[in-house]
Design a protein around this ligand. Structure first.
Ligand SMILES: Cc1ncc(COP(=O)(O)O)c(C=O)c1O
Length: 441
């Protein structure tokens, strides 16, 4: 069968974060998914080494989630969330709150990670304003951070390709901590690198420059995924927590990737034993079966706004689809699976075998670092002279052609499979990457 003959017209869709011309010259189309596998449009089985886009933590097309969504779509397709509610929205918020660290039990629903980040930044500003500190408007992000694509998210984010086109329109009062990636000090770390906690002290320098009274929040990914799997150095997050608490600055963990089991706990905050004031999430909250996101907020932060001086609507923010009935149904079914199947525990148990399999690539052609935590690994390749990213792009393509989905960013290959993966499939992923590395120049 000629796969190309079956292709739809590719010209109208402007694809996100994609080299459109290149893709349309050599399309990769997925047709269906089940469990650990995609089936491509040309009928090939593809092992999902990335949980889609770090999001299908419970594996694909879980019956309980599919039927919960279908049932809800037939019962009540949509209900406005402004001035009206529906029971599932409240139940979903209760279920999310039940999985958050103690104290973060107020939940604002969004539809994506980007919206969660922008929502969290706004909550931070609203909190300080409600407490009579409306001058606290400065936000601190981190180099190489990824916080989605809203103007707030790219402003606090630290990936220059995502910022440069829009540089004149970024939020004005933003600073960035240095990133923690250092191959000389930390290459081939297993779990948290030993070196780098001192980089959190840069926050004191930034605070001294602007004065704490002007700073609303610090936002970081506890484990930076999209930039290429940067695991926080031992003691780093603790130091950020200590400094922010000392200066009355809110700490936001962007857990769009890490929440819901990626590190073997409900959140990275649990894993690292560091509790922020707000946690942003999306992806795994609904197993990506329906777009959904949320911000979990410390009760004091919520109460300062909701019990604050503003009468009537306390927080002028929200989305037509906040707590959409289908999303609420998907969230409830998803969180039920995580609990019933103990998928976070499963990830924790598999993380040792995953670590060893990932580090078996040390010494493979082009590999200059392997790093990992939970069920995430980053494999950094030496870039080709004058063509950064080209080698990893070829690895990605060859993996896909041979039945394995990985991700790449720059010259870093990322692996983050669904938490239902088994040891044999873990071995298969890294063996396959090893084979492909031998084939690329
Ligand atoms: C840490 C983090 N924040 C925010 C986002 C943006 O999420 P979305 O693409 O759902 O807007 C992502 C996406 O990968 C992410 O990894």
């Amino acid at each position: 069968m000629n796969a190309r003959a079956q292709l739809p017209d590719l010209s109208h869709l402007w694809m996100p974060f994609t080299a459109n011309k290149q893709f349309k010259a050599q399309p990769r189309l997925l047709a269906s998914a089940k469990g650990m596998y995609y089936t491509s449009a040309d009928g090939r089985q593809i092992l999902d080494g990335t949980a889609g886009l770090w999001c299908v933590n419970a594996g694909h097309c879980r019956e309980e989630i599919v039927s919960a969504i279908a049932r809800q779509a037939g019962e009540m397709d949509y209900a406005p969330g402004f001035q009206l509610g529906h029971p599932l929205a409240f139940e979903a918020a209760t279920a999310v709150a039940g999985l958050m660290p103690a104290g973060l039990d107020r939940v604002f629903f969004t539809n994506s990670g980007s919206e969660s980040v922008d929502t969290a930044l706004k909550i931070a500003l609203a909190y300080h304003r409600a407490r009579g500190e409306g001058q606290r408007t400065r936000l601190i992000g981190r180099e190489r951070g990824y916080h989605g694509v809203g103007f707030g998210g790219i402003s606090v984010g630290g990936i220059s390709t995502n910022r440069k086109t829009f540089s004149g329109a970024l939020l004005p009062a933003v600073d960035h901590l240095p990133h923690t990636h250092n191959l000389e000090k930390n290459a081939y770390s297993k779990g948290q690198p030993a070196w780098g906690a001192h980089l959190a002290e840069e926050l004191e320098r930034i605070i001294a420059l602007h004065d704490a009274s002007t700073i609303a929040a610090v936002v970081v990914e506890p484990m930076a995924g999209s930039t290429g799997v940067l695991v926080p150095p031992v003691g780093y997050l603790e130091k950020l927590r200590e400094i922010t608490a000392k200066h009355g600055i809110l700490l936001i963990f962007d857990e769009v990737i890490t929440a819901y089991g990626r590190l073997g706990e409900a959140t990275a905050a649990h894993y690292f034993g560091v509790t922020p004031d707000l946690i942003t999430m999306a992806k795994g909250v609904s197993n990506a079966a329906i777009p959904a996101g949320a911000v979990a907020v410390k009760r004091e932060v919520h109460d300062a706004i909701v019990n604050g001086p503003q009468g009537g609507i306390e927080f002028f923010h929200g989305y037509t689809y906040s707590a959409h009935p289908l999303a609420a149904a998907a969230i409830l079914a998803t969180l039920d699976i995580y609990r019933r199947d103990d998928l976070f525990g499963r990830a924790r148990k598999l993380s040792g075998a995953f670590q060893e399999a990932a580090h078996s690539l040390k010494g493979a052609p082009h590999v200059i670092d392997v790093r990992n935590i939970g069920l995430v690994a980053g494999i950094e390749l030496a870039p080709r002279a004058g063509a950064p990213g080209a080698r990893a792009s070829e690895v990605f393509q060859k993996c896909f052609d041979s039945g394995l989905m990985v991700r790449y960013t720059g010259d870093i290959i990322a692996v983050s499979p669904p938490l239902i993966i088994d040891e044999a499939q873990i071995g298969q992923i890294f063996d396959q990457i090893g084979k492909v590395l031998k084939e690329v120049a």
